[in-house]
Design a protein around this ligand. Structure first.
Ligand code: PRP
Ligand code: MN
Ligand code: MG
Length: 182
């Protein structure tokens, strides 16, 4: 959906460019999972919901899907470093090859925390696939196997990414107009 004319400053990543990158990421991940039991995709709600659905459908191998909801931002535009579990996984992940699917790495605090948390549950492996990363905002280094796009620190929305819960429904990634949050 797109009823946000006038609220966005620009398109950062178009729908076509996003979708092509997701196919490339899916092929790269699949190349490391040939002949395995299906990897378990852990979608980090809510931001990664669009990404995981397109990613799973682009994967040329079977996968299973789980959801975990964590939140680090609340309604602020900068990271608090506080991570809360809002919804935990429904299943045991011991012995499974887990792929954490995340929309964006900003400070890295969410993924760093989540990786440690899931590691304690005895998976066979954990890899991370992140669609976006803001290299200049990173406070904690996270070992990310697959990254879609490195982007500037501007406030980006769309394709799952929100500002006060809005804009997740955009099919592309845009720059939020400064007048919307200044
Ligand atoms: C956003 C985004 C990532 C995280 C990245 O989630 O979706 O999960 O922040 O920031 P970090 O690297 O600084 O931790 P948010 O906490 O806003 O929850 P949401 O996915 O429900 O929007
Ligand atoms: Mn998120
Ligand atoms: Mg958010």
């Amino acid at each position: 959906g797109h009823g946000y004319v006038g609220e966005l400053a620009a398109t950062l990543i178009t729908q076509d460019v996003l979708q092509a990158k997701i196919v490339a990421l899916a092929e790269a991940v699949a190349a490391n999972h040939t002949g395995d039991t299906p990897p378990l995709l852990v979608c980090v709600l809510k931001g990664a919901v669009m990404f995981v659905t397109d990613f799973a459908r682009a994967l040329p191998i079977p996968s299973e899907m789980e959801f975990m909801a964590v939140s680090s931002y609340g309604s602020s535009t900068s990271s608090s470093g506080v991570v809360r579990i809002l919804k935990d996984l429904d299943r045991d992940i011991s012995g499974r090859r887990v792929i954490i699917v995340e929309d964006i790495i900003d400070s890295g605090l969410t993924l760093s925390w989540l990786h440690k948390n899931l590691q304690t549950r005895g998976p066979a492996s954990i890899e991370i696939v992140a669609l976006l990363r803001k290299p200049e905002a990173v406070k904690v280094e996270v070992d990310v196997a697959y990254v879609g796009f490195d982007i500037p620190t501007d406030f980006v929305v769309g394709y799952g990414l929100d500002f006060n819960e809005r804009y997740r429904d955009l099919p592309f990634v845009g720059l939020l107009g400064e007048h919307m949050y200044a």
